[in-house]
Design a protein around this ligand. Structure first.
Ligand SMILES: *[C@@H]1O[C@H](CO)[C@@H](O)[C@H](O)[C@H]1NC(C)=O
Length: 331
């Protein structure tokens, strides 16, 4: 069974089909209505998104009421049949009044998560589509892929960041080698106890190794859930905030398809259940990361660094005049 959520009568195209057993879908009212900002919001970029995320958890029931408040025509929520090819598609919409997001129902402690995303097309300046794996506890762990929109014809930026044990600021940004608005592409977070690997269409672009032994925090004890969010960040997102969201183009819509997750689920009695799903990447958990050999992966990472990286905190000497963070010098 799938649900269909359209954000307005005019935009039936943003129909969302999803499996309620896997993902819960939420629509958040305008950010101003969401007052509970989590403590981990970082000053530069996260507050708006953090507020939206904070709202999402409380919104399943609230949503229905807020539509009515927003004029009654903002959402229809009806049960429809699943799509013929069995794909699960979630369309997230953003307009001046609403942002939207979904969240995986399962929390994992180490996982491989794949999702296909087709980003907001046309003038997407100011909008940010986010795939974020986040812990629910007070000490912040997060693995973050944010797609920063741009003017029509100008390229998206893929912004990645990792927070562990409350510290973050390890941003690396990429220029994609394709137009991410034309088609679905697969984005992957692979997280085990040794490393975090980010892949785009199965190409490894970023590796963050576990260097706890050298005193570099790494997420190892807090289960995380995947969130997909489409939100407005025009204070900073596009060309440093100079280009604002053009609300005449709203609603903006990004599509997510084929959420696949395989991971370990810690249970209350301390036992671990680890995903056995062979389609999820097989031996992702212990070393044979992403089912590819180390040499190929290292080649891919080098290629991503040489050809597609447009910002790397590990080379930003203006930001770190007194020396780079420790992990930058570690293999
Ligand atoms: C948008 O396009 C401009 C010009 O091509 C580019 O400098 C910028 O990095 C792009 N992305 C963002 C998010 O501003």
């Amino acid at each position: 069974m799938a649900y269909c959520v359209a954000l307005s009568d005019a935009d039936r195209s943003c129909c969302a089909e999803f499996d309620p057993a896997q993902l819960s879908l939420h629509i958040a009212p305008a950010l101003d209505h969401c007052l509970a900002a989590p403590t981990h919001a970082t000053p530069t970029m996260a507050p708006a998104r953090a507020r939206l995320l904070a709202c999402l958890s409380a919104l399943t029931t609230l949503a229905a009421a807020s539509w009515v408040a927003a004029g009654g025509h903002r959402m229809t929520d009806q049960v429809i049949n699943g799509s013929s090819d069995g794909d699960q598609i979630v369309g997230l919409s953003l307009d001046r009044v609403m942002g939207s997001g979904f969240r995986s129902k399962t929390s994992y402690l180490f996982a491989r998560i794949d999702i296909d995303i087709k980003l907001v097309a046309g003038n997407s300046a100011g909008t940010v589509t986010t795939m974020i794996s986040e812990g629910q506890w007070n000490i912040h762990d997060e693995i973050d892929l944010e797609f920063l929109g741009n003017l029509t014809g100008e390229p998206y930026t893929l912004h990645t960041n990792i927070f562990a044990n409350g510290s973050g600021g390890s941003e690396v940004q990429y220029r994609l080698w394709f137009d991410p608005t034309q088609d679905f592409h697969t984005y992957t977070i692979l997280w085990n106890s040794e490393e975090i690997l980010i892949l785009v269409d199965d190409m490894a672009i970023r590796r963050f190794k576990n260097h706890w032994d050298a005193g570099v925090p790494f997420p190892v004890y807090q289960p995380m859930r995947l969130n997909g969010v489409l939100w407005d960040a025009d204070q900073w997102a596009t060309q440093g905030g100079r280009v604002k969201t053009d609300w005449t183009q709203a609603p903006f819509t990004a599509y997510f398809r084929n959420y696949r997750a395989t991971g370990c689920e810690p249970s209350l009695d301390g036992a671990w259940v680890c995903g056995q799903d062979p389609s999820g990447g097989g031996d992702w958990f212990d070393g044979g990361v992403a089912g590819m050999d180390d040499v190929k992966q290292t080649q891919q990472l080098r290629e991503a660094q040489q050809r597609y990286t447009i910002y790397d905190y590990c080379t930003d000497s203006v930001r770190f005049p007194d020396g780079f963070p420790k992990e930058c010098g570690l293999p």
